[in-house]
Design a protein around this ligand. Sequence first.
Ligand code: GLN
Length: 309
Amino acid sequence: MRQTPGKDGLVSTEQTWTIGRLLEWTTNYLRQKGSESPRLDTEVLLAHALGCKRIDLYARHGEEAPEPGRQRFRELVRQRIEGCPVAYLVGRKEFFSLDFTISRSVLIPRPDTECLVIECLRLAKEKTEPKILDVGTGSGCIAVAVAKHLKTARVTAVDISPEALAVAASNADRHGVGERIRFIQGDLFASLPPGERYDFILGNPPYIPREEIAKLADGVRNYEPHLALDGGVNGFAVFERLIAEASTHLNPDGYLLIEIGSPQEVPARERISRHEGYELEKTIRDGSGHPRVLIARWQGNGTSSRAKA
Ligand code: GLN
């Protein structure tokens, strides 16, 4: 067997699975198998399997990968090939520059949702101690990001799924905001103290029209919780309930910020306009330029001159 000393003096052979070789080989393999981000997937999975940071893979390029780590890596790659999203394989995902623990009970936080947090932070500057409700919190990414950046905010996070709430609560503790977020299990507003009102109601409700679920990418359709995706026959089942019920939980001049599917902008705006008392602001676009978040200010039914007759 031909042996050549590597740059760092470690002996490398054609049969030696150095970290560098593993990266190259697996990147090609995942590319052939159809991954859209084969290099990134490989790096994230290998770093996870070896228990190191992604950046360390470069410093350790010529090092032989230890066998237990390689075994873990092979298993992760196998599951990736079957379609499991990388975020579920490693149990975490970054959102708003914070690291979130996730499980298959929650949607993988999407960068698309970050614009909702940005808008909430912008609008909350006007309030000294904003009361914020995150409806359908999932991993808690919205509630935690908001609580982290608004030190005086009092946040309530609701989810129908107890498993999701446990994930959200662990993320809140991890980021040091567990004391400032109250977690409540329930269906939208059903378990909230009656008459409790907020300055902000935030939500990323399930909004995929039911018949389109079958057409979603495999990684989404086969792995993400349908409870968090399925928006009923037209995609607006939860949206409609949310906008109708939010009105009894918003303070005057409180805001509803709600994520939508980008093709839903026109019908979603129309549905909000039909409700007396909301004033719609401009639709917010996500980082890819797609319509993503609707903002509606609550003016109260019939109490404001701007409310509809
Ligand atoms: N944005 C998600 C997707 O496209 C859906 C999230 C939702 O239904 N709230 O898969």
